[in-house]
Ligand binder design. Structure first.
Ligand code: GUN
Length: 291
């Protein structure tokens, strides 16, 4: 069993991005600038945004975080998005999800200019991604693809079973892996909460992507010998730690790992790759704006 070390892979890519940024700046170019909008006080969202800020600093990006209270009106947020769409100093920005219930998330996503939508959530970017056209690919699926590529994992002709059909992970990764290409050419099955007998599918899988948000859902008797398992789960569960919680994946790691050819740990697997992908999208956005 080989551990797919997302932290080490992400650090490697971070160094490459940092070198590119230094070269852009040395040649008189502008430092890439990522902005984030954070509404409310959800603990997980605050941590994710803080991690994104830290990663920006590590590669030499400028970053700005706009924090608003949980009772912020949708119209106010739309105004802020309009401002960022037109701010030439900002290359890309994200609105951290989930948003408070009174705000319609799709209205917010639709308002982001597609050429600054480094989360790849705007329908134009999703549509382009599905057609295999150049686009911003959302960070988690992009990170999973980069991890599979980094470890030279064969995907051609393999059966990949995706657990989960979210717009952020399940749907896009299923689509990307089914496309022609180096990391791709898979036969893909998408399982979800209404699937009957999920194990009957996972037992046929060469590659399993677990993205359902149910801690330890994937058990040893649901996986065949030699499978590649990618765990996207990051549920916070109570624990005897300083923060009072720990991150739990969707895979019963201790029992599943011995059966796998490759497996991602949680934390340190997909998570760091996700942040790197956001940085890659921002660098791409900056290069477009520099032309
Ligand atoms: N919430 C959970 N994942 C993400 C993400 O990738 N981007 C944004 N904006 N919010 C999220």
């Amino acid at each position: 069993m080989i551990l797919l070390d997302g932290k080490q892979t992400a650090d490697h890519i971070k160094r490459e991005i940092a070198a590119q940024v230094e070269s852009i700046v040395a040649n008189g170019g502008k430092r890439p600038h990522l902005a984030a909008i954070l509404v409310g006080d959800d603990g997980a969202s605050q941590t994710y945004v803080a991690n994104k800020e830290k990663a920006c600093a590590q590669v030499g990006f400028k970053s700005t975080v706009f924090r608003f209270p949980s009772d912020t009106a949708e119209d106010f947020l739309l105004g802020k998005i309009d401002y960022l769409n037109h701010d030439d100093d900002v290359d890309g920005f994200i609105v951290q999800l989930p948003l408070p219930k009174h705000i319609n998330e799709q209205n917010i996503i639709n308002a982001i200019s597609p050429d600054k939508d480094v989360d790849g959530f705007h329908p134009i970017n999703v549509g382009k991604m599905v057609l295999g056209l150049p686009s911003f690919v959302s960070a988690t699926p992009y990170g999973i693809m980069a991890l599979l590529e980094h470890y030279n994992i064969e995907t051609k002709g393999k059966h990949c079973v995706v657990l989960g059909r979210s717009n952020i992970v399940g749907r896009p990764i299923a689509n990307l892996l089914s496309q022609k290409g180096n990391v791709g050419d898979c036969t893909v099955t998408v399982c979800h909460s209404r699937t009957v007998d999920i194990a009957s599918y996972t037992l046929q899988a060469d590659i399993i992507i677990a993205a359902i948000g149910v801690p330890q859902f994937l058990k040893e008797d649901m996986v065949t010998e030699g499978a590649v398992v990618i765990d996207v789960g990051i549920t916070r569960v109570p624990a005897d730690t300083k923060s009072g919680f720990k991150l739990a994946g969707d895979v019963d790691f201790d029992r599943v790992a011995p059966k796998c050819s490759y497996i991602t740990p949680v934390p340190g697997g997909v998570g760091p790759m996700t942040i790197i992908s956001l940085l890659k999208n921002t660098l791409q956005a900056a290069s477009h704006h520099a032309i």
